[in-house]
Write a protein that binds this ligand. Sequence first.
Ligand code: AMP
Length: 116
Amino acid sequence: MYDKNNIFAKILRKEIPCDKVYEDEFSLFFYDISPQAKIHILGIPKFTCSTFSDFIKNAENKNIISFFKSVQFVINKLNIEKDGYRIITNSGEDGGQEVPHFHVHILAGEKIGRLR
Ligand code: AMP
C-alpha cells in the first residue's frame, strides 16, 4: 500500500521544496539532502510506486523507459559518465529503504567505496 504522505510524494506535489536537477513529464531528479558522496542525486518517477519492483510491475513501459533514459540524461548533464558513478536503489526493510517511493541514488564525484 503506497503511503501518499511520504516525503517524495510531498516533493512531487510541491508541498516541500527540492534542489532540482532535472524534471520532465515522467520523472524528477534532485540533490539528496544528506549527501553520501560529492555528487548525490535522487531520481524518482512521478508514477505512484513504493519500490523498484512495484514500478516495474505496474507502470507502463513508456514510463519505465522514460525514467531510465532520464537517469542517463542526468548522467550526461553532470558529465560523470567518463569518471564513473554508482546507481543504487534500496527496497524494503532488508534493502534499508527509508522513503517508500521508488527512487534511485546516483553517487559520483569521487571514488565510491565498497558496500562491505
Ligand atoms: P533510502 O534510504 O534509499 O530510502 O533513501 C532516502 C534518501 O532520501 C536518503 O538518502 C535521504 O538523505 C534522502 N532525503 C530524505 N528527505 C529528503 C529531502 N527532503 N530532500 C532530499 N533528499 C531527502
